[in-house]
Design a protein around this ligand. Structure first.
Ligand code: SF4
Length: 250
């Protein structure tokens, strides 16, 4: 995959994140056509890019069919279609959002539209482009008016995500947004306090990091730098998890 500081800087620009400019030592600020300091470089390998088809576990299609036909909660009545999830079924990184919005409901794919484009930029910025990760939501059907998921809806739907996680066996999960994070971690702790830590999800104890939802970042662009802090944290954690897996294999 292509990369390098210049490309990374372009991605950061697309996020609207200012780059630091280093002044020449002793030079007045106005006379400092300073070189752009390198974007914080994280020397991690790009994520695995195994194809998502051809070598799939045969348990995927029955699960997808079950979701397509699901009427376990009332949300089935208002959906255009279910939004199962998309991406690399062997992904190291599983991105989990809240629930489909109007556009996702129409297209049957999570994170499309403006928020999806920003998520794509965020993923590229941390050298994990969309096609290398798996993306899903806590809920597979759109709540009317994009309201928050009800606890009963989450209770009905979460087992599908748990089965997806068993099949993918990701090294790391990235919960995007307060609703996803709080439902996955069964907590009402504010997102600001959930960020910056490695949590554990499910019976397998999959490591999980929390960041802001791209839709929130579109409304609050001042938080994009904080989201970049989270993405660098994801990169570092993935690098450590890979190293641990390698040393465990001997
Ligand atoms: S939201 Fe989940 S549990 Fe509810 S109907 Fe859709 S697939 Fe079934």
């Amino acid at each position: 995959m292509s990369g390098g500081p210049l490309l990374r800087a372009q991605y950061l620009e697309s996020l609207g994140i200012d780059r630091y400019v280093r002044r020449q030592s002793g030079a007045p600020a106005a006379a400092a056509p300073a070189p752009v300091a390198p974007t914080p470089t994280i020397l991690t390998a790009p994520l695995a890019t195994a194809p998502s088809s051809g070598d799939s576990d045969p348990r995927w299609e029955p699960l997808a069919a079950e979701v397509r036909a699901c009427t376990k909660c009332g949300l089935h009545a208002g959906r255009t279609q279910t939004v199962f999830g998309v991406g690399n079924r062997h992904a190291e990184l599983l991105v989990v959002g809240e629930a489909p919005g109007a556009e996702e409901d129409r297209q049957g794919e999570p994170f499309v539209g403006r928020a999806g484009q920003l998520l794509n930029s965020m993923l590229r910025a941390m050298r994990a482009p969309r096609e290398t990760v798996y993306i899903a939501n806590v809920l597979k059907c759109r709540p009317p008016g994009n309201r928050d998921p009800a606890p009963e809806e989450v209770r009905c739907c979460l087992p599908y995500l748990q089965r997806q996680i068993e099949l993918i066996a990701p090294r790391l999960m990235l919960a995007v947004g307060r609703i996803a994070a709080q439902n996955l971690l069964a907590t009402d702790t504010p997102i600001g306090k959930l960020r910056g830590a490695v949590h554990r999800f499910g019976t397998q104890g999959t490591p999980l990091i929390v960041t802001y939802h791209p839709a929130y970042l579109l409304r609050s662009p001042g938080q994009k730098r904080q989201s970049w802090v989270d993405l660098r944290f994801v990169q570092r954690e993935l690098a450590q998890l890979r190293a641990s897996a390698r040393s465990a294999k001997g």
